[in-house]
Design a protein. Structure first.
Length: 276
């Protein structure tokens, strides 16, 4: 099974652009028809409730997910064509506290080619920690570990949180997290685009209490480039409520600036009532 997955991966990596576009044109109508009450329907309702339907539509959202996923795979597999498209902005925001010896939690959301976000953090530290979930399919998990492998990046299971935090603080490294989606975690209630939502900030705020700073950053596609932009730095031991409110405002701004590039299809993006 491992070799079957690897063969499929190679097809995705080297698929010509016309074939890539044709495949989406064939798959999208079928997906839309079979997911009216699931992911496609959620995207449509979320766009309407946040009034982002004036800016984008489900087709653009799913096309962005599709193309950014392919670009992420190509970046993880180190294809030069993908690496050359990555552009960094405001790097001093993350470099300065690390230079001063402050451990950092790097927070982002599922926007743009987000799979590349954590790997680029090894550009700034040799000790980057990322919590991941293993798939039930061992062959798929093995392949993903292989293509995600990056020198300086440690993938950890969520069962090792306490040990990982101690190691992260000791090494004054970077703890990488996406805060807008989680399977089994308990989030903090906030407002995103005027709608009730959750951000999964409990762990970052705990590390802040222990002496870590927080850096927010995002990835989005613009003018033929994947932009990795560092946004703000929150000092260690800053007031938790204040930091939560400011990060919620940042997330709302990021989504509103590039609404077609956020993963609106996730079932816990907004309140339970909307996500049904």
């Amino acid at each position: 099974m491992f070799f079957a997955y690897k063969f499929f991966l190679l097809l995705l990596l080297y698929m010509p652009k016309p074939v890539e576009n044709l495949l989406f044109a064939v798959l999208y109508p079928a997906y839309k028809a079979t997911h009216q009450k699931r992911a496609w329907g959620r995207v449509q309702r979320h766009l309407q409730n946040t009034r982002m339907d004036a800016r984008t539509c489900p087709r653009k959202v799913f096309h962005s997910l599709y193309t950014n996923y392919l670009q992420s795979l190509r970046y993880l597999c180190r294809l030069p064509s993908a690496i050359q498209k990555v552009h960094f902005e405001n790097e001093e925001i993350i470099r300065r506290p690390l230079k001063d010896g402050t451990p950092l939690v790097a927070l982002g959301i599922h926007q743009g080619a987000f799979e590349m976000m954590h790997r680029v953090l090894t550009r700034y530290s040799n000790h980057v920690y990322l919590f991941t979930h293993s798939f039930k399919d061992k062959a798929l998990t093995r392949l993903l570990h292989r293509i995600r492998g990056t020198q300086g990046l440690e993938e950890r299971e969520t069962s090792s949180v306490a040990h990982t935090l101690r190691e992260f603080l000791k090494n004054r490294g970077i703890l990488a997290m996406l805060i807008d989606q989680a399977e089994d975690a308990r989030g903090i209630h906030v407002q995103i685009l005027g709608q009730p939502a959750e951000l999964f900030l409990r762990l970052p705020l705990k590390t802040m209490e222990l002496g870590a700073g927080i850096v927010t950053f995002r990835t989005f596609f613009e003018n033929g480039k994947h932009i990795v932009r560092f946004e703000n730095y929150y000092l260690p031991r800053s007031p938790a409520a204040e930091v939560t409110g400011k990060i919620a405002e940042e997330v709302s701004l990021w989504i509103s600036e590039h609404p077609e590039q956020w993963t609106w299809n996730y079932h816990r993006n907004f309140s339970i009532g909307l996500a049904k």
